[in-house]
Design a protein. Structure first.
Length: 282
């Protein structure tokens, strides 16, 4: 459930702060130490003739759509849209802008990072909350007093000294090189996989068995009772499905014998006598 807005629901939009004020306060209040840019042009560059000049290319580049704000964080791109009263059109616009991020040449260094969509609002129209949840869009209430006061001085200080106020390709490439995690197929990931594989091959059978048993016990100990029952049920269904008719009959006979043995043993313990049935007892 979103937080209650300090503004009355359904009021005239003129009482809300403008989108420009919301954008500047939100970026400076929370993401001043992260590479960010407001009203950034996103999307692919238009195709022009080879003899087109630099002025023509710059003009056509400025014809691309704008997003309200784009923030580059470690291993994540935050796409933000601001709205006085959030509507369905804002959700559709965020989804459209997300498709353009991977085609933006200025974001080539970080285009493979995860994109998070966020809608900052003062008031919500009916049905927006459910649609945002279904589309994976996070809703954030714009609350000016809390925004201006909650800004710790000892956090969000970049250790590398790179604060790209504008998303220039050179500074963004340096930021991505510092924060970019190893991707599948990269040299670092391949070297780590080869090293781990070599260590596993060097283990003796006893060491490998002990390693597997310890890992299984650790996973089992972290499970709840319901998760354990679900795992046992899934294993039983998998084994039962792999059996033929004779194997199922033999398993049923053994389970029946074990059940009767426990019953006779319990009765003998209570009365001081009793015996277990034979293996062929039905």
């Amino acid at each position: 459930m979103p937080k209650p807005s300090p503004y009355p629901h359904g009021a005239d939009p003129s009482i809300y702060p403008t989108v420009d004020v919301m954008r500047e306060a939100y970026l400076k209040g929370f993401y001043r130490t992260h590479p960010h840019e407001g009203l950034m042009r996103i999307g692919p560059l238009p195709t022009l003739p080879p003899d087109a000049g630099e002025i023509a290319r710059a003009i056509y580049a400025e014809c691309r759509p704008r997003c309200h704000a784009l923030i580059v964080m470690p291993r994540k791109i935050l796409l933000v849209r601001f709205a006085r009263r959030a509507r369905m059109e804002d959700l559709a616009r965020l989804e459209y802008e997300r498709t353009l991020i991977s085609q933006t040449p200025e974001l080539a260094a970080v285009r493979h990072w995860r994109v998070e969509m966020r809608l900052v609002y003062c008031d919500l129209a009916d049905g927006v909350e459910e649609q945002a949840r279904d589309r994976g869009i996070r809703l954030a209430l714009y609350r000016p007093r809390w925004l201006y006061t909650h800004r710790p001085r000892n956090v969000n200080r970049p250790e590398h000294g790179i604060v790209a106020r504008k998303l220039t390709p050179e500074r963004l490439a340096q930021y991505a090189a510092y924060h970019d995690p190893p991707r599948p197929g990269s040299a670092d990931a391949l070297n780590r996989a080869l090293t781990l594989s070599a260590r596993l091959r060097s283990l003796t059978p006893e060491q490998r068995s002990a390693r597997n048993s310890k890992a299984a016990r650790t996973r089992w100990a972290r499970m709840s009772a319901e998760e354990r029952r679900a795992v046992n049920r899934a294993r039983g269904e998998r084994l039962w499905g792999a059996m033929n008719g004779e194997q199922r009959a033999e398993l049923a006979r053994r389970l029946n014998h074990a059940r009767w043995s426990k019953a006779y043993a319990r009765r003998g313990a209570d009365s001081g006598a009793g015996h277990a049935p034979t293996a062929n007892a039905r």
